[in-house]
Design a protein around this ligand. Sequence first.
Ligand code: SAM
Length: 226
Amino acid sequence: MFYAQILTLFPEFFDSPLACSIPKRAIEANIANVECIQIRDFATDKHRSVDDNPYGGGPGMLMKPEPVVGAIREARRRDPNTHVVMLTPSGTAFTQDKALEYIKKPGITLLCGRYEGFDERIVDDVDEELSVGDYVLSGGEPAAMCVLDSMIRLLPGVLGSAESAVLDSFTEAGILDWPHYTRPEVFEGKRVPDVLLSGNHAKIELWRREQALERSLYRKKKTSSD
Ligand code: SAM
C-alpha cells in the first residue's frame, strides 16, 4: 500500500480533499494510506510555540526548527524508508515525472511550511526541496495536496479505466492531452469536429495526435514568449 505522511500545522486542511472522489476511493480500497502528523505536537516549550522572529530582522515569522525536525523524525520512525520532501517555492519543480518517481518509493513524507517558511537548518533533515510552481502560497498544504492527488491517481487500480492515466497530458515527455468533446453534438452553435463522429478509428487517432502535438507546441511557444 502507498503510504504518505503529511507534516502540517493544519491537518484539518486535508479532511475534505481526501474525503471525495479519487483520493477517497483509493483510501477506501486500501491502495493509499495518508496520515497527518501535527508539527505542534513536537514543540519544546510550554506554550507549544512553532514560530519565532527571524534573526537579522524583517517581516513575518519563521517556523522553529525543533518542532519541524521532531515531526520529521517521527515520520522516519513510523516509516524508516520514507522520502521526506520539503515544500518550498525555492525547491525543484514538481512534474508528472516526479509524481511517477514518488509512487515507486516505499513511502513519502510531505512537509508543509507556514509563515515565512522554515529555519534553514532543517534542510539537512529532508531528502528533497520541492516547488509546485513559481508563485507563493500561504502554506504548504495546498502544494502537498497537489502532489498527493497527482500521485494517488497514478497508483495501480485507482482510476476506473486503466487507460485514463496513461493518456493524460505529460505522460509522454512534454506532450499535452488532445481536446475532448461529449454530447451534445452542437453546443451554442459549436459543432463537435466531424472526424470524431466518423467512426474511423485510424483517422480519429491521427487527428488526436496532431491536435496534441499542435497544442503542446502552441502552448509552449505562448509560455516562453509571455
Ligand atoms: N517566504 C517564502 C518565500 O518567499 O519563498 C514563502 C513562504 S510561504 C508564505 C509559506 C509556505 O508555503 C512555505 O514554507 C512552503 O511550505 C509553502 N509554499 C508556498 N508556495 C509554495 C510553492 N510554490 N511550492 C511549494 N510550497 C510552497
